[in-house]
Structure formats: structure tokens, C-alpha cells
Design a protein around this ligand. Structure first.
Ligand code: MN
Length: 301
């Protein structure tokens, strides 16, 4: 029997991960099938490299190869592997600020969050970019470089773009989605620009894997939950997004062409709060999965 038989009406839903030393995996239950050999089918490149993620850009042609390799692939227990970011080389990480009304209200109320910054609605502030160097998978953990400041967690539904999207409409936007993942948009509170406060190394956690878009027919109706050391901090649903997923993609594409592997963080709901070294964040998104992320002090140089 094929390892890809499932009850989804013939469409093979796939959970794609990266693990260990850059290996490619397919998640099946509590196991990961090592399908790294499928990467041999990627085109070879010479400098200058194209600035898109090559696995995501070629996923359409890679997918049958991944499924074929998976038939005889070595399986590892999920519990014993180190999960990396499921997207290795995004060209950009786009993020939506204050895209839940209750988070806007808490940000305006709490001086430790707003720091005398005017917190305007997303319709006024638009989007911001995070450095791609801030991206890590769940196994690496979040590193605290400025322990004297408030370092907050933000759970967000992350959208991974499948193909070039240039000024597309909301009606067609979901056709440009390769899949979804859990995103943590870690943040130092303070007066500086968002992109600085959110671009520290390890401050964008993506994981535990990418679920292909067919797994989530309506991204505007899924629950998100984040706890710290077992205490629930954020518990919400994407139905409360101010600007929904399709409209966000369309809006972003009206400013810049979204490319394969680009990551769109759709905004965090209410309940943001501080973490310190030693904390363990658990983040769960319905239809995607769950992941534990350790918070640790930055090593001295
Ligand atoms: Mn955020």
C-alpha cells in the first residue's frame, strides 16, 4: 500500500519538514521519512543564485519524486530529530502588524507594548519586513540577546508563497499558497522600528513543518494557541483577523512581487507577553501541528 494513501479524496496532503543537517523529510504520523534524495532532481545552479527558495519554487515537479522516494525511505521517530525551518531560503519575510482587533486594543493600553509609539490600524501602517537571517526552526530555540529588555512571543499563522504573485486579486490569492506553518514573530518591545526589534537572530521561528495548502481549505477559520511553561497566553482564531489571509496576500503583492518561498506572517492575536531564558514556548495551530521552542540566553562572545 502506498504511504500516501489517505482519506482526503485522492489529493495527497503532505507535511514537509527539514531536519538534521539540512535533510528533507515527509512527516507521517509520529515518523519522518527521509526523502533527501529527491533533492537530486533540483536544477543545479551557479553564482549568482536565484533569490527564491528552490524547493518551494520546484515543489510541483518535486512532489511526485518526493512521493516515490518516500516509498522506500528510511523512517526516523519525530521525537528524535532536530526540526529546521521548513523553508530554507526565503527571499523575504513579510509580516502584518496589529492584525487582530483585540491585540490592537492591548497594544494601545499597555505602555510596555506601545512605548509611546502611535499604534495605528494595519490599514494605516501596512506591512513590514523581517530579516531573513532571523529565521530558524523550532529545534534551535529562541536566543535572548537583550535580557534587560522585554522579549515577547507572538504566534502567527505563516503562509508560504508558491509562485510569483504580482498585483494579484484576493479572489485568486489562495492559488498562490504553497502551504502553511506556525510562525513565531518574536519581538523586543521598545521605541525602535519594528523591523529592528523583530529581526534578531532566531526571532522568526517557522515550524514544525509546512502543510501543503490543500490541508487548509479555509485559512480564515483555524485556531491558534500558545502557552509558556504550560500556561496559556494566546488562544484565538484566524476568523478574527482584521485583514484576512487572501486580502493580505493581495495587498502585499500590490507593493512587491511575492516569490516562491516568501513567508507571510499574518499577525498575532491578543495575549502577547514576555519570555525569559529557561522558558518553553508551546505553539499549536489547528490542521498544522504543534511545536515546543526553548528560550535561551545568548552565549557570551
Ligand atoms: Mn507579529
Amino acid at each position: 500500500m502506498s504511504r500516501f494513501d489517505n482519506s482526503s479524496g485522492g489529493k495527497s496532503i503532505m507535511r514537509l519538514c527539514r531536519f538534521g543537517e539540512g535533510r528533507l523529510g515527509v512527516v507521517r504520523g509520529a515518523e519522518v521519512l527521509d526523502v533527501t534524495d529527491a533533492l537530486d532532481d533540483l536544477p543545479s545552479y551557479r553564482y549568482p543564485l536565484p533569490s527564491v527558495d528552490q524547493v518551494i519554487a520546484n515543489l510541483g515537479t518535486l512532489r511526485p519524486r518526493i512521493e516515490a522516494v518516500a516509498e522506500t525511505a528510511e523512517a526516523f521517530p519525530l521525537s528524535g530529530i532536530s526540526l529546521l525551518s521548513p523553508v530554507a531560503n526565503p527571499g523575504k519575510i513579510v509580516a502584518a502588524p496589529v492584525n487582530y482587533k483585540k491585540h490592537l486594543e492591548e497594544a494601545r493600553t499597555d505602555p510596555e507594548i506601545h512605548h509611546q509609539n502611535q499604534i495605528a490600524e494595519i490599514q494605516k501602517v501596512g506591512l513590514f519586513l523581517k530579516a531573513t537571517s532571523s529565521l530558524e526552526g523550532p529545534s534551535k530555540g529562541v536566543e535572548i540577546r537583550h535580557p534587560e529588555r522585554r522579549n515577547d512571543h507572538e504566534i502567527e499563522l505563516a503562509v508560504i508563497i508558491s509562485k510569483a504573485a504580482d498585483r494579484i486579486s484576493a479572489e485568486e490569492a489562495l492559488d498562490y499558497v504553497a502551504g502553511y506553518a506556525i510562525g513565531l514573530d518574536m519581538t523586543i518591545r521598545g521605541p525602535e522600528e519594528r523591523s529592528l526589534r523583530k529581526s534578531l537572530d532566531t526571532f522568526t521561528v517557522l515550524g514544525p513543518w509546512l502543510v501543503t495548502a490543500d490541508e487548509i481549505p479555509d485559512p480564515n477559520a483555524i485556531s491558534l494557541k500558545l502557552s509558556v511553561n504550560g500556561e496559556t497566553r494566546q488562544d484565538a482564531n484566524t476568523r478574527d483577523l482584521v485583514i484576512g489571509v487572501a486580502d493580505l496576500i493581495a495587498y502585499a503583492s500590490s507593493f512587491y512581487t511575492l516569490m516562491p518561498g516568501d513567508i507571510l506572517l499574518t499577525g498575532t492575536p491578543e495575549g502577547v507577553g514576555p519570555v525569559v531564558p529557561g522558558d518553553v514556548i508551546n505553539a499549536t495551530i489547528e490542521h498544522v501541528g504543534t511545536m515546543d521552542v526553548q528560550v535561551r540566553a545568548a552565549q557570551a562572545r
